[in-house]
Design a protein around this ligand. Structure first.
Ligand code: UDP
Length: 249
């Protein structure tokens, strides 16, 4: 029998890139099916799961703005991209037998629900996975910040950020062979060392609201489940629960 979960309610942040697979644009059906399977395993344990998905596999506002587009319009397109990913994830989850609801910060009544906090919590309590789409609904923000915000709003016990590397490093491990992976960090250390975890707005939201964060590699099969069961994988970031500066692998 699977070990009991450590958390009652979690918020999982997936970047749009997580859906790319071997493609350089869009959604790899095989990958989204696998991701849905990882989420299925967690939901099976009785853990309430909220998801925030990015849009970087389709459009990123900053990239479009670099090409000359008005930034607000570009961010609107980025947020629409997150809705497309959310719909794809909802579909993949439902094909695995997980009931899921997309709730969008931008109104799009023909295809998904509006984000209404109390309704989102009700869905979670009924065991439905809630996919929070369109980020915060505002330009100049990221889906990392949306993930912190929604996690705090719904009272998640932890924010789990899925990445392509197995935690937070002192430098880019691909470019710098001396880079060290941190086991634990404080939010202040992430900010002062400018570590590439999430943008500063998202980190400050976690710090000020005492929301613990785990950064892990989504490519490790079963790792999401293990984290929810209380295993220490990847990098844990919290306030004073951890000493700063220890590279405790
Ligand atoms: N975005 C936004 N406001 C938000 C969240 C996202 O304007 O609250 C836009 C922004 O343009 C961003 C894009 O949506 O580049 C996709 O989100 P993000 O870059 O966070 O996706 P990820 O990198 O996680 O795939």
């Amino acid at each position: 029998m699977a070990a009991a979960p450590k958390y009652k309610r979690v918020l999982l942040k997936l970047s749009g890139e997580a859906l790319l697979g071997r493609q350089d644009y869009g959604i790899d059906p095989e990958v989204i099916h696998r991701v849905a399977g990882e989420i299925f395993d967690v939901a099976q344990l009785g853990v309430q799961v909220g998801l925030v998905i990015g849009g970087g596999n389709i459009f990123r506002g900053a990239g479009l703005a670099e090409g000359g587009m008005d930034r607000v319009t570009a961010d609107h397109m980025g947020m629409l991209a997150t809705i497309m990913n959310a719909l794809a994830l909802q579909d993949a989850l439902e094909r695995r037998g997980v009931i899921a609801r997309v709730m969008s910060a931008l109104q799009m009544h023909e295809i998904c629900e509006d984000y209404i906090r109390r309704r989102a919590i009700r869905h979670l309590e009924k065991g439905r996975v809630v996919i929070f789409a369109a980020g915060t609904g505002n330009p100049f923000f990221t889906t990392d910040t949306a993930a912190s915000l929604r996690a705090i709003e719904i009272g998640a016990d932890i924010l789990i950020k899925a990445t392509k590397v197995d935690g937070v490093y002192s430098a880019d491990p691909v470019k710098d062979p001396t880079a060290v992976r941190y086991g634990r960090l404080s939010f202040d250390q992430v900010l002062s060392d400018k570590l590439m975890v999430m943008d500063a707005t998202a980190i400050v939201m976690c710090r000020d609201n005492d929301l613990p964060l785990v950064v892990f590699n989504l490519n490790g099969a079963g790792d999401l489940l293990r984290i929810v069961q209380g295993h220490e994988l990847g990098t844990s970031v919290a306030n004073d629960a951890f000493r700063t500066g220890t590279k405790n692998d």
